[in-house]
Design a protein around this ligand. Structure first.
Ligand code: NAP
Length: 537
């Protein structure tokens, strides 16, 4: 059997499933390589207790097919990991894409062959594939970050990273458990772990803003309404700034009288979900507006947490939303439990991991289990691990100077890497949107592009360096006009030791981005170099 395909897709999460389907539908031969044993991407591996999606389930799914949308009904406003994984299996089966997928197959390198104008892809298992197009669907948050604490391997108990949780049950009952990290994964898992643990120690470096999820069951009646409104929901998603079917606030926090402002904040707090962060339209750009909302959340934390020392340590002091906003279920309430202790790492940093637990500057905490809720090498980590080698033997790592100078065109392609596409790549709207909405837009744009190339007998497509530089500058200029770049976060890469600070997300909005991408395509793929077979000869 030939191992040559029109396209090799890497990853079988939302991106890989839809890309595989589109390519197959469009008559391209496609093979999708996935490291894990099944579809699901991050939802197949981040199985930690309490793992939920923070986008509302009715819009955290494929919207391109009304039939698919109507066939699936979510049980909860915010779906748990296992239900999302079931959904992705359902979607892959309905779209009949699993036969184009090869699981348990990790890509170890992909090299551009200039003479044959194709990619040569090698796997860790020693298999070789060739393909005209290489499409990455590896996601933005798929390489776990475990900080290099001294003595990490000496721990005699069990340790787990939230993003690589075992597929078999972990017995937490009656155990002494330490959780390091209080991002989304920590905040979701801590209340669940507290229900099982005999003693729970939370090692917190930065306190986080979180607002209530207010998760609940979706009734049959609501489901029927959501199904009936398919066209409306889809239309609103497509028109929206962030890929959600909600109308953006038009009110400024500073510009709204105090009484009205408070009433609005209380109302969105009560409503729950990520829309709390959009109560006003200027939280991300105006420090004074941000302070108002930040202080509102701090007041809620003060109301909730009883221990005065603990509450002080839990009050965040960065600009709200400049770290990924979190929604929670009983997170701050958990600190009122007798057996839960917050360890403020600003006061007593971790010195080392010992055989029996975690040693801070003050004392040693004896533990049976350490949970690393320490996040991901986001945006570029997984792409760089693929060992992609472009024209003239230049690797993506070299091109991006080990992350020091990441430049892409639209977050969809990189100069020097012909026929290579990245779904939700760095410098696209990606993680600052409802990600499935961004994925659909990218997959459809890539599909249209490949059809255009086929119709026009174009052999290779590649961004020009100039277009790439302009796009990267535009991304950075927009980011610098907001408060996002003022905070250390995984958005800026500052969570990873040695990673250069930047901002690899296009913040101009998914709606504007859609327009830009479609104008570029409409203008014959402006900013790209297209070469026909004749030109290559
Ligand atoms: P994260 O937001 O990066 O949080 C990592 C946590 O670990 C932070 O509290 C961080 O502290 C801490 N940490 C990192 N290195 C440390 C060190 N050396 N010492 C002590 N603490 C350290 O990671 P995450 O919680 O896994 O979430 C990542 C992203 O995944 C989220 O923002 C979200 O986009 C996505 N996610 C989504 C959902 C969902 O609901 N859909 C659920 C989970 C995750 P600092 O803040 O000081 O760096």
């Amino acid at each position: 059997m030939s191992n040559h395909f029109d396209a090799i897709v890497i990853g079988a999460g939302f991106s890989g499933i839809y890309m595989t389907y589109k390519l197959h539908q469009d008559g391209f031969t496609v093979k999708t390589l996935e490291k894990a044993a099944g579809v699901g991407g991050v939802w197949n591996v981040a199985r930690y207790p309490g793992a939920h999606c923070d986008s509302e389930s009715h819009c955290y799914n494929f919207m391109f097919s009304e039939e698919l949308y109507r066939k699936w009904a979510w049980s909860k406003r915010f779906a748990p990991q296992e239900e999302i994984l079931r959904y992705l299996n359902f979607a892959a089966d309905e779209l009949d894409v699993k036969k184009q997928m090869q699981f348990n197959t990790e890509v170890s390198s992909a090299k551009w062959d200039e003479e044959k104008t194709q990619w040569q892809i090698l796997t860790s298992e020693g298999e070789e594939f060739t393909a005209t197009y290489l499409i990455s669907g590896v996601g933005c948050l798929s390489t776990s970050n475990i900080p290099n604490f001294e003595g990490r391997d000496n721990f005699a108990g069990e340790s787990y990273h939230t993003g690589a949780w075992p597929h078999t049950p972990v017995d937490l009952k009656g155990k002494r458990i330490g959780v390091i990290g209080t991002g989304s994964s920590g905040v979701q898992s801590i209340p669940m772990i507290a229900q099982e643990a005999a003693e729970l120690y939370v090692f917190q470096r930065t306190p986080q803003f979180t607002s209530p999820a207010r998760n609940r069951t979706i009734t049959e009646e609501e489901n029927a309404q959501l199904k009936a409104d398919y066209a409306g929901i889809r239309e609103r998603i497509v028109a929206s700034y962030a890929g959600y079917p909600y109308v953006r606030s038009t009110k400024s926090a500073v510009g709204t009288p105090e009484e009205e402002r408070l009433a609005m904040l209380e109302a969105t707090w009560e409503k729950g979900g990520l829309s709390f962060g959009s109560t006003f339209n200027d939280i991300g750009i105006n420090p004074n507006s941000n302070d108002i909302v930040s202080e509102f959340i701090r007041s809620k934390i003060r109301e909730t947490v009883k221990n005065p020392e603990t509450v002080e340590s839990l009050l965040p002091n960065y600009y709200y939303t400049t770290k990924r906003p979190i929604i929670d279920t009983n997170y701050h309430e958990t600190y009122n439990k007798e057996h839960v202790t917050l360890i403020d790492l600003k006061e007593q940093p971790i010195v080392r991991i010992t055989k029996s637990g975690i040693q801070t500057a003050e004392k040693e905490y004896s533990l049976d289990i350490i949970v690393y809720a320490t996040g991901y090498d986001a945006m570029t980590g997984t792409l760089l691990k693929l060992n992609i080698i472009g024209r003239d033997g230049v690797t993506l790592k070299e091109k991006w100077a080990d992350g020091a100078k990441v430049e892409t065109y639209l977050g969809l392609g990189v100069s020097g890497f012909p026929n290579f596409f990245t779904i939700t790549g760095p410098q696209s709207p990606s993680v600052l949107t409802n990600v499935p909405a961004s994925i659909e837009q990218h997959v459809e744009w890539i599909s249209d592009c490949l059809q255009y190339l086929k119709m026009n007998q174009i052999k290779t497509i590649e961004p020009t360096e100039e277009a790439e530089q302009q796009w990267s500058k535009q991304c950075m200029d927009i980011a610098n006009s907001t408060l996002y770049t003022k905070t250390d976060s995984w958005y800026t890469g500052s969570n990873i030791e040695g990673k250069t600070r930047g901002f690899l997300i296009y913040l101009g909005g998914l709606n504007s981005y859609r327009q830009i991408c479609s104008d570029i395509a409409g203008n014959g793929y402006e900013g790209y170099q297209l070469k026909t077979t004749e030109a290559i000869k």
